[in-house]
Design a binder for this molecule. Structure first.
Ligand code: MRU
Length: 335
């Protein structure tokens, strides 16, 4: 039983359903999206967010938007490359988005015009189902790292709201909780959009898991205090050498964890590993609007990167659906 369905098909399978995460925790509103522009707007505005969730949303969104935009599969075939390119361009950092859209394109290439829509729906279904299974597997592998009465620090939201399943960084927490272990999660507030305070706290509290929110700037002091057993964060893209992009502020947490000798884990499905990106410096970082920082004095500019890159040397291990791994992620065994 999933704690939350952040991204799914509508019951009649004509629309993409998302929980509008801009409105949480105040209101839990499910939106049904059919038009490409609406799917792109939802991804850009972070109504749907988190690397695996935007991959699943793009896959279902591509299928439903093509269905709504044309009456013949021949016409849909013509629209497909443009729709796919626009979806991929909607957010640049999380590789799961391009990964999911490329899977849809590859599947489309295997069929003729007649069965195009059926094939795209089937592939989107597979991406959704696999994401749920990958989250469960991450939980299964990661729960061994969580002792009874563990205190876990996390950054941003890499939970059920960020995936189709039980999350990535929070999957081991959910699995340990389901096994009857007491776990206490400390959630960084995650400036500027407060995914930790609004989303991680909301979903954990709802699941009956103890959660304490702290300002981002307090994480280093908390790590120095000895209260934290381990840090688990998600990732938007993991380079072949293990450097990874995640929500801005992750790098600072990793540095502090390293200084205070607290184990620091990255949890991610295989779809987040990008063997074509050799090192973290090659990852494109999304920069967002200054308005996200709140009111600034007139004439003052802002630097607002949505993500940062943490070097692999600060990572204790990568909790994936295939087990706890270590880079490089280039050998045939990993691909
Ligand atoms: O900008 P967001 O909210 O989409 O950023 C999300 C994150 O940084 C998550 O930690 C990451 O996507 C992993 S989600 C399982």
């Amino acid at each position: 039983m999933l704690p939350i369905q952040a991204v799914s098909w509508s019951p009649d399978r004509s629309a993409l359903c998302i929980i509008d995460q801009r409105l949480l925790p105040g209101a839990e509103i499910v939106r049904e999206l059919r038009a490409l522009d609406d799917v792109i707007e939802a991804i850009r505005t972070l109504s749907v967010r988190g690397a695996p969730a935007i991959g699943v949303a793009a896959a279902i969104g591509l299928a439903v938007a093509l269905e709504a935009a044309a009456t013949s599969d021949a016409h849909r075939r013509v629209l497909l490359p443009e729709f796919a390119a626009r979806l991929v361009a909607s957010r640049p950092t999380a590789v799961n988005l391009a990964w999911a859209v490329n899977r849809m394109l590859a599947r489309a290439a295997t069929v003729g015009d007649g069965p195009l829509l059926a094939a795209l729906r089937d592939e989107a279904d597979a991406i959704l189902t696999e994401d749920i299974a990958m989250c469960d597997a991450i939980g299964g592998h990661g729960m061994a790292l969580i002792p009874e009465d563990a205190c876990v620090l996390t950054h941003c939201n890499a939970g059920a709201l960020a995936t189709a399943g039980i999350g990535t960084a929070l999957a081991p927490v959910y699995a340990a909780h389901a096994a009857g272990r007491r776990v206490h999660v400390y959630a960084d507030e995650t400036r500027p959009l407060r995914q930790g305070a609004r989303l991680t706290a909301w979903e954990l509290h709802r699941a009956g898991i103890r959660v304490t929110v702290l300002p981002d700037g307090a994480a280093a002091s908390l790590l120095r205090s000895g209260a934290i057993d381990l840090v688990i964060v998600g990732a938007d893209r993991i380079a072949a050498n293990g450097d990874f992009a995640n929500k801005i502020g992750t790098y600072s947490v990793a540095l502090a964890a390293h200084t205070h000798r607290v184990p620091f884990y990255v949890a991610a499905p295989w779809s987040t590993i990008d063997p074509d990106t050799p090192i973290g410096a090659a990852i494109e970082i999304e920069h967002r609007d200054a308005t996200e920082l709140g009111e600034l004095p007139a004439g003052v500019s802002a630097w607002n990167p949505a993500f940062d890159v943490t070097p692999h040397s600060l990572v204790t291990g990568y909790i994936t659906d295939r087990g706890v791994m270590h880079p490089p992620f280039t050998s045939p065994a990993f691909l």
